[in-house]
Design a binder for this molecule. Structure first.
Ligand code: SF4
Ligand code: SF4
Length: 285
């Protein structure tokens, strides 16, 4: 089973939920944690994995052999990402904008474009106790988060419960991270910002036809709007995490809530059981 933990905005407690869920489940199941929040992965701060291997993520980019180029402009015309421009009698490429589609090499009539590989990020794999750990990292200044996320997800172990820490928001990297998952946990908070971004995330998941439920973090520290919204939309609230000073202190020390606050372990185990139940219900089991 693949569980995605997502949020309409950053700072809601998504990583708290994903890492603690992984740790609570790991005492009874084979568990894998995959950090797809590749622009700012921080699951490692809490799970403290031993990294065993690292792999570079690359994308193909074109390089122009000026001796063969006739400056016909066909490569510029086909590029949807403005990664190639004509400047007088020169053709310039902007590798940072290139999405590696290969179109320019295909249309070049003289074979002047050859592809080289450019590094855009890396993947780390290791173990955090009983948890198999995978971390994706996009290099600073790069834009191809979805490609790094794709590489992280290629490492999903089918025999495990895979927990994916999804980037915040509702843009392309989020869609890449949640697609193909079995259930999505949306983490929110009871604030006007929380409910606004939750609505966006719910709309995205409905469009993708993915089953989901909500976890409300700091549930007793805000207003009722998020609860009213979920009630009105018949969205299940799977868990309410209290505004507990001990959880906040554990977070600030980079410690797991299920270790620092004894009753949290049972709550996260219950969350896992609720997710499994919802998934079975969705599948008609
Ligand atoms: S398509 Fe080939 S020949 Fe034409 S401008 Fe581009 S690199 Fe030069
Ligand atoms: S590979 Fe695709 S995205 Fe990159 S420069 Fe060529 S046409 Fe543009």
């Amino acid at each position: 089973m693949i569980i995605a933990v997502a949020s309409g905005k950053g700072g809601t407690g998504k990583t708290t939920v994903s890492t603690n869920l992984a740790l609570a489940l790991s005492s009874t199941h084979r568990v894998q944690y995959l950090d797809c929040d590749v622009e700012e992965p921080n699951g490692h701060i809490f799970l403290k994995p031993q990294i065993e291997s690292t792999a570079v993520v690359t994308t193909p980019v074109p390089v122009i052999d000026e001796s063969k180029c006739t400056v016909c402009g066909k490569c510029k015309d086909i590029c949807r990402y403005n990664a190639i421009v004509l400047l007088g009698k020169s053709v310039l490429t902007f590798p940072e904008l290139c999405h590696g589609c290969g179109g320019c090499s295909l249309v070049c009539p003289t074979g002047a474009l050859i592809e080289t590989q450019r590094e855009i990020g890396f993947i780390e794999q290791g173990r955090a106790g009983d948890i198999m750990f995978v971390n994706g990292m996009l290099n600073i200044g790069e834009v191809l988060s979805p490609l790094v996320i794709k590489y992280v997800k290629e490492r999903i172990d089918d025999d495990s419960i895979a927990i994916i820490d999804v980037p915040p928001g509702t843009s392309c990297p989020v869609v890449e991270a949640v697609k193909g998952t079995d259930y999505v946990v949306l983490v929110t908070e009871p604030t006007p910002f929380g409910v606004n971004d939750l609505k966006l995330a719910v709309d995205m998941l409905k469009a993708l036809n993915l089953p989901f439920g909500v976890v409300v973090n700091r549930a007793d520290a805000g207003d009722e709007a998020v609860f009213d919204y979920c009630r009105g939309e018949s969205i299940e609230i799977l868990m309410k995490i209290p505004d507990d000073r001990r959880i906040a202190q554990a977070y600030s020390r980079g410690e797991m809530a299920v270790c620092a606050v004894p009753e949290c372990r049972a709550q996260f185990t219950d969350l896992a059981a609720a997710i499994k139940g919802k998934f079975d219900e969705y599948c008609g089991n």
